[in-house]
Write a protein that binds this ligand. Structure first.
Ligand SMILES: Cc1cc2nc3c(=O)[nH]c(=O)nc-3n(C[C@H](O)[C@H](O)[C@H](O)COP(=O)(O)OP(=O)(O)OC[C@H]3O[C@@H](n4cnc5c(N)ncnc54)[C@H](O)[C@@H]3O)c2cc1C
Length: 221
């Protein structure tokens, strides 16, 4: 968490045109929700330290309605407002790729690393398969970084098989969904965050997408 918060600060500093702070409000309908989430989010502030974007605040029912005019008013008791970062991931990825290319990197798109090349017990490159043509080629490198996200263990497994070292999985995948809907909410000063009581552990967030006021839900069990 601390690492992610530092990374957030770097991104806000290095790419202010692609990243900005965003206030989230969690509406509370049960008496325990505001203190429960408020304390957790205060700890988030403490972890962020100097990289914090703003202090977590407890909101009255009225303030919550001002921040989230579209929220269900029936049974609403209070809210908690906290700060996080929002960035345009597609444009950041393109900016990184273009910077790498400008610095002399060779970029290959639609290519999967299907095998690792080993020499003297060390990784010396990858076999890459072009997903569009099916052609394969060997790419040699002094350093190979496995940045395959939730698939990270697939390549680690191949490394383990080649070197005879057992590999323990690092990642327990969870699934998220983006729901893009028509303008169901009016334009709001804040994004909304909530725990979904129907699915224990699920987190839902609603925020305006680019150029619209649709909402994108993010649920991670
Ligand atoms: C619907 C949804 C919403 C989310 N919302 C948020 C959010 O609001 N905030 C947040 O912080 N996080 C969010 N996340 C999580 C976030 O997307 C991930 O934590 C983040 O993308 C991980 O980044 P990464 O670079 O490690 O992996 P990824 O972004 O998954 O990138 C890995 C890349 O490696 C490629 N790849 C895989 N295997 C191979 C291979 N063998 N050879 C070559 N390439 C390969 C994949 O195609 C992929 O492009 C969300 C996730 C989902 C699914």
């Amino acid at each position: 968490m601390r690492e992610a918060l530092h990374e957030r600060a770097h991104l806000l500093h290095n790419a202010p045109h692609l990243a900005q702070p965003l206030a989230f409000v969690m509406p509370a309908y049960q008496w325990w929700e505001a203190p429960f989430y408020g304390v957790g989010l205060k700890m988030y502030d403490v972890l962020a330290g100097r990289d914090g974007l703003g202090s977590t605040e407890f909101l009255s029912r009225q303030q919550t309605l001002q921040c989230l005019p579209g929220v269900q008013p029936r049974g609403l008791l209070a809210g908690v407002k906290y700060w996080d970062g929002q960035f345009d991931d597609a444009r950041v990825a393109l900016a990184l790729a273009r910077t790498a290319a400008a610095q002399g990197a060779l970029l290959v798109n639609h290519c999967a690393a299907t095998e690792l090349i080993h020499e003297a017990g060390k990784i010396a490159g990858v076999v890459s398969m072009d997903r569009e043509t099916g052609r394969t080629c060997a790419l040699r490198a002094r350093c190979v970084i496995n940045a395959t996200g939730v698939w990270v263990d697939d390549l680690r497994q191949k490394d383990g098989e080649a070197t005879g070292r057992p590999v323990r999985p690092m990642v327990a995948p969870s699934q998220g969904v983006h729901l893009v809907v028509d303008r169901v909410f009016s334009r709001r000063p804040c994004a909304a965050g909530a725990q979904d009581g129907g699915s224990p552990g699920a987190v839902c967030r609603a925020m305006a997408g680019q150029g619209d006021s649709g909402h994108h839900g993010y649920a991670a069990p």
